[in-house]
Design a protein around this ligand. Structure first.
Ligand code: NAD
Length: 349
C-alpha cells in the first residue's frame, strides 16, 4: 500500500503532489510525456531518490502502462496528465482530444486489465483517481455554486475534453467495476506553475515592467485554490473517498480576475517597487476577451468537507503571498522555461 503510479507528475499540480508524496514515504512511479508543460527541473530534489522513478512516456501507450503496472504493482493510479490550458485548446483542440480523451481511455484500459489480475484483497484496495476541473460544469451567473450534481456543460475544447474523460472514468466504474474516484477542482495557483497561466504570467510581466494583459472587462470570476490544498484534497479522497463518487474541490475564494491582478500588483509594490516608484497597477492593460470566456465559476465543496473532513489550509491572501515570494526566490526556474518554447506571448486569441 505504498506505491503510486502518478501521471503528469512533471507538470504543475502533479509535481507538487509527487514531491509531497515522496516526502511522506510513498514510492512514486511518475509517468509523464514531457510536453511543453512538463519540467524535470521541478523534480530535481527527488531525481536521485529511491522513492521516485521518472518514466518519460504517454498515458495512451497501453504497452508501456501495462508493463509499469506489472513491474511496480501500485495500489493506486492518480491521473494528472492532460493538456491543461484553455487558450491552447482554442488554437489547437486536437491534441486535447488525443491526450485528455484517447490517452485517458488507454490508461483506463491498461489499468482495468491490471486490476482484474489482482487478488481479491488487492482489488478491493485499488483506486483509480482522476483529477479533473470545475470547468466541465460551464459558466455561472452572479449567483449559485457548482455541486457534484450540476449538469455538465463544457464551453471550451479543454473543458469538453476533460468532461469526456470524466465520463469515461465513470463508465469504467459502472461497466467494468473499476474502483474510480474523480475530483473536480477550481483554479489552482502556487509554486511551479507554467507562466502561461494568469497568476505567474502577471508576476513575470510585472517584474519586467511590461503591460499586464487582462481579458475583456476583467470581471470574470474564478474560485482560487492554493496547489498544496488541492494536493491534500486528492490525498484525502484517495484515502477515504467512496468508490464511484466525484468530489468538488474549491478554496471558497472567489475573485474577479482584475482583483487577482491588483492583489499581485500591491504585493509587488511592497517587495520590489518599480524603479520610477509608480504602482504596478499602472501597467494593467485590458485586451480583447478570450473567445467563449466563461463568466463565473464557483465551487460548493461541502461534500468533501462533510464526508471527508477536508478544508483548505490557505486563504487567498496567504496563498498569493507565498506564491509571489516563490516566484521571486525561484527566478532561474522560470528563466529555464522562458529560454525555451514560450516567451509570455498571448495564446488563443
Ligand atoms: P500542466 O499542464 O502543468 O501539466 C500537465 C502534465 O501532463 C505535463 O507535465 C505534461 O508533460 C503531462 N502530459 C501531457 N500529455 C501527456 C500524455 N499524453 N502522457 C503523459 N503525460 C502527459 O497541468 P496542471 O495544471 O498541473 O493540471 C494537472 C491536472 O489537473 C490536469 O488534468 C488538469 O485538467 C487538472 N486541473 C488543473 C487545474 C489548474 O488550475 N491548473 C484545476 C483543476 C484541474
Amino acid at each position: 500500500m505504498d506505491t503510486l503510479l502518478v501521471t503528469g507528475g512533471a507538470g504543475f499540480i502533479g509535481a507538487n503532489f509527487v514531491l509531497k508524496a515522496v516526502e511522506d514515504g510513498f514510492k512514486v512511479i511518475n509517468l509523464d510525456k514531457l510536453t511543453y508543460a512538463g519540467n524535470l527541473r521541478t523534480l530535481e530534489s527527488v531525481a536521485n531518490s529511491p522513492s521516485h522513478l521518472f518514466v518519460q512516456g504517454d498515458i495512451g501507450d497501453r504497452a508501456l502502462v501495462t508493463s509499469l503496472l506489472a513491474e511496480h504493482r501500485p495500489y493506486a493510479v492518480v491521473n494528472f496528465a492532460a493538456e491543461s490550458h484553455v487558450d491552447r485548446s482554442i488554437d489547437g483542440p486536437a491534441q486535447f482530444i488525443e491526450t485528455n480523451v484517447v490517452g485517458t481511455l488507454g490508461l483506463l484500459e491498461a489499468t482495468r486489465d491490471y486490476w482484474r489480475g489482482l487478488d481479491e484483497a488487492a482489488q478491493a484496495a485499488f483506486r483509480f483517481l482522476h483529477v479533473s476541473t470545475d470547468e466541465v460544469y460551464g459558466s455561472l451567473g452572479e449567483e449559485g455554486f457548482f455541486t457534484e450534481t450540476t449538469s455538465y456543460a463544457p464551453n471550451s475544447p479543454y473543458s469538453a475534453s476533460k468532461a469526456a474523460s470524466d465520463h469515461l472514468v465513470r463508465a469504467f466504474h459502472h461497466t467494468y467495476g473499476l474502483p474510480v474516484l474523480t475530483t473536480n477542482c477550481s483554479n489552482n495557483y502556487g509554486p511551479y506553475q507554467f507562466p502561461e497561466k494568469l497568476i505567474p504570467l502577471v508576476i513575470q510581466k510585472a517584474l519586467a515592467g511590461e503591460a499586464l494583459p487582462v481579458y475583456g472587462d476583467g470581471l470574470n470570476v474564478r474560485d482560487w485554490l492554493y496547489v498544496e490544498d488541492h494536493c491534500s484534497a486528492i490525498r484525502r479522497v484517495l484515502d477515504a473517498g467512496r468508490i464511484g463518487e466525484t468530489y468538488n474541490v474549491g478554496g471558497n475564494s472567489e475573485r474577479a480576475n482584475i482583483v487577482v491582478v491588483k492583489t499581485i500588483c500591491a504585493m509587488l509594490d511592497e517587495v520590489v517597487p518599480l524603479a520610477d516608484g509608480k504602482p504596478h497597477e499602472g501597467l494593467i492593460t485590458f485586451v480583447r476577451d478570450r473567445p467563449g470566456h466563461d463568466r463565473r465559476y464557483a465551487i460548493d465543496a461541502s461534500k468533501l468537507k462533510k464526508e471527508l473532513g477536508w478544508t483548505p489550509s490557505h486563504t487567498f491572501e496567504s496563498g498569493i503571498r507565498a506564491t509571489v515570494q516563490w516566484y521571486l526566490d525561484n527566478k532561474p526556474w522560470v528563466q529555464g522555461i522562458l529560454d525555451g518554447s514560450y516567451q509570455l506571448e498571448r495564446l488563443g486569441s
